[in-house]
Every structure is written in structure tokens, then in C-alpha cells.
Design a protein around this ligand. Structure first.
Ligand code: TYM
Length: 321
């Protein structure tokens, strides 16, 4: 299968990004052809400072490589290095009903919060559709919040194909049930915009402090509790081994424990899990040329594929003579 996904460089990655998406990229790269990119064009809808954006893109590349994305197995690149995607976006845009975009949560939510929307934010899902269709992707590993956008992509591909003939490959979202919506420190979906994130590469001490502040309920310690509805347990389970998870599940069901103890277990498990990536990141930071080279080579490979798909689409709709 050809697997593709993108991630926005809008700040440092958090646990939701990792367990919802990045972990899948890394697992799938072994047996599938993977294309993974840093979505800097999408980030422009929120980051409007050139130096800051450049820094975020660099951090994103370092983070992905440190977490285990292997450039010998998968293609890692920066979205804006492939201009064909923006051209394809326009072709798709000419067949996109406004109503389809008006129904998209990301846009609706921002509008409801009174954030002034621009055309970039409104047409964001069309660019995302171009990202996916430009590489003939079959699978798109993402968290739950992106599923609607992939439905939009499928709608656009279906109607383009119906009108012009079979041009695009139909993609499918790939979700991991236990990590489709990783909760943040307040129990809501972990998201930069909710200010409830736990960072993948935050200094261990800061991370521990944040973990100790994860919200919990105020029921008496001796009461048995349902682990399945508790966000602290949901987070612990992501890092723990199956045996550790079972042990803590039983502690919840039995009652008579303090949340502080579970938080300490979570901080220990997260440290053990993240330490190797922290070390790899420190090593990569000392080798910026290598990172640039990986992104350059990735862009070359990705671009060749996107060019072929754009040619196909242009021929189909009468743009090439
Ligand atoms: P972005 O940058 O917001 O998020 C990157 C990935 O992380 C997932 N994610 C989560 N998963 C589980 N729980 C959470 N709390 C959580 N928070 C974030 C997201 O679902 C996503 O998979 N529009 C995309 C970027 C993009 C893209 C694409 C993705 C651009 N083009 C083409 C796939 C295909 C975005 O903003 O993701």
C-alpha cells in the first residue's frame, strides 16, 4: 500500500500527534511505501512569522527523525517543496461545492469562536485533498479530527473521476482505536489550541510537573473507579506495557489509591519511553546538513510522483495541449 500523511509545523509535537498519527507512520514504514510531509503551507494559516515558521519546520523534521521515521524506508519532505500540489489544489477547487467546506468542523469551530476566517482556512481541506491525491495514496494514518477532511478528499476525488474519468486513487483514513483522540491534561482532546498539551520533547522535569497537574475528580480515595472513563488512565495506557496496564486497571477497579501515585507511574513510563528519542534528537541537532539532505532527497522523490499525477489530471481536464 502507499501510505501518506502530513503534520503541521505550528509548534512542538505533543502526545496526541504521536499516538494518533506519528507512531502509525513509523510502524507502517516497514511494510509499505510511505510519504510523510511537514505541512508548512497549511501552517501559514496560523503562523505568520517567517523565522518562527522556519524554526518549526526544522523542529518537525528533527522530531520525526528522532522518533524513528527512517529516510531509508520512507520519504520525508516539506509540503511547499512540491509546487505540483498547489496546482492540483486549484484543479480540485474549481469543482468544490462551498457547502462542503462550510460543513467542515475545523472551519466551523474557528468561526464560532469568533476567529476571523480567511480563504486559506476555508479552503484548507482542498489543499489537504491535493496533498493526498497527488501521491496516489491508499492509506492516510491520522487521528479522529482529520477523518472529516479525508471524507472531503474522497468526495472531491469521486466527483473529479466521475466527470473526467479515472484520474485519482481513492484514499482511506487509518485510525488507531485507542489513540484516535488522545486526551489532554484537562480531559478534553489534546490540542495546542486548548493549551492542554504534553510535549514529546519537553524537558523531562517540566513534563513531570505538567503530569502532576493533570486534572482528576474529587471522589474519595477508597472508591473503586472505572479506568475506561478516566483520562489519566487513557494516557498511562499509551506508554505502559500490557502487564503494567492490567496492574493499574486492577488498582482502579479495587479503589483505595491516590491519583498522585498513578501520575508518578505515568511520568516514569513516559520517561522510559521517550528517553531513546530524546537522545537521538540531541545527536541529530548536531548534524543539520544531514537533515537538509534528507528533506531535499525526499522532495525529489515526492515531486516525481506528484508530477505524474498532476500530468494525468491536467490531461483529463483539457489543460495540456
Ligand atoms: P495536525 O498537524 O493538526 O495533526 C497531526 C496529526 O496528529 C493527529 N492528532 C491527534 N490524534 C489523536 N489525538 C489527538 N489529541 C490529536 N491531535 C492531533 C491529527 O489527527 C493528525 O493526524 N490537516 C492536518 C495536516 C495535513 C494532512 C494532510 C494530514 C495536511 N495535509 C494530508 C493527512 C493528509 C493537520 O492539521 O494535522
Amino acid at each position: 500500500m502507499r501510505v501518506l500523511s502530513g503534520i503541521q509545523p505550528t509548534g512542538r509535537f505533543h502526545w496526541g500527534n504521536y499516538f494518533g498519527a506519528i507512531k502509525q507512520y513509523i510502524e507502517l514504514q516497514h511494510d509499505h511505501e510511505g510519504y510523510y510531509f511537514i505541512a508548512d503551507l497549511h501552517a501559514l494559516t496560523t503562523v505568520r512569522d517567517a523565522e518562527v515558521l522556519r524554526g518549526y519546520v526544522r523542529d518537525a523534521a528533527l522530531d520525526l527523525l528522532a522518533l524513528g521515521l527512517d529516510p531509508a524506508k520512507a520519504t520525508l519532505f516539506v509540503q511547499s517543496d512540491i509546487p505540483e500540489v498547489s496546482e492540483l489544489c486549484w484543479l480540485l477547487m474549481t469543482g468544490t461545492p462551498l457547502g462542503l467546506l462550510e460543513r467542515c468542523h475545523a472551519y466551523k469551530d474557528k468561526k464560532e469562536k469568533g476567529i476571523k476566517a480567511d480563504a486559506g482556512l476555508f479552503t484548507y481541506p482542498v489543499l489537504m485533498a491535493a496533498d493526498i491525491l497527488a501521491y496516489d495514496a491508499n492509506w492516510v494514518p491520522v487521528g479522529e479530527d482529520q477523518v472529516q477532511h479525508i471524507e472531503v478528499c474522497r468526495d472531491l476525488a469521486r466527483s473529479f473521476n466521475a466527470h473526467y474519468g479515472e484520474v485519482f486513487t481513492m484514499p482511506e483514513a487509518r485510525i488507531v482505536a485507542d489513540a484516535a483522540k488522545v486526551p489532554g491534561t484537562d480531559g478534553e482532546k489534546m490540542s495546542k489550541s486548548y493549551n492542554n498539551t504534553l510535549g514529546l520533547f519537553e524537558p523531562a522535569k517540566d513534563l513531570r510537573k505538567k503530569i502532576m497537574r493533570i486534572s482528576t475528580d474529587s471522589r474519595p480515595m477508597e472508591d473503586p473507579k472505572d479506568p475506561e472513563t478516566d483520562h489519566l488512565f487513557q494516557l498511562y495506557r499509551l506508554f505502559a506495557t500490557p502487564e503494567q496496564t492490567e496492574e493499574v486497571r486492577e488498582i482502579y477497579l479495587r479503589g483505595g489509591f491516590g491519583y498522585g501515585d498513578i501520575k508518578k507511574r505515568l511520568a516514569d513510563a513516559a520517561d522510559a519511553y521517550l528517553d531513546p528519542a530524546r537522545a537521538r534528537r540531541a545527536e541529530l541537532e548536531g548534524n543539520p546538513d544531514r537533515v537538509d539532505q534528507i528533506l531535499r532527497e525526499g522532495a525529489e522523490r515526492a515531486r516525481a510522483r506528484a508530477r505524474a499525477v498532476l500530468d494525468r489530471a491536467q490531461r483529463a481536464c483539457g489543460l495540456s495541449r
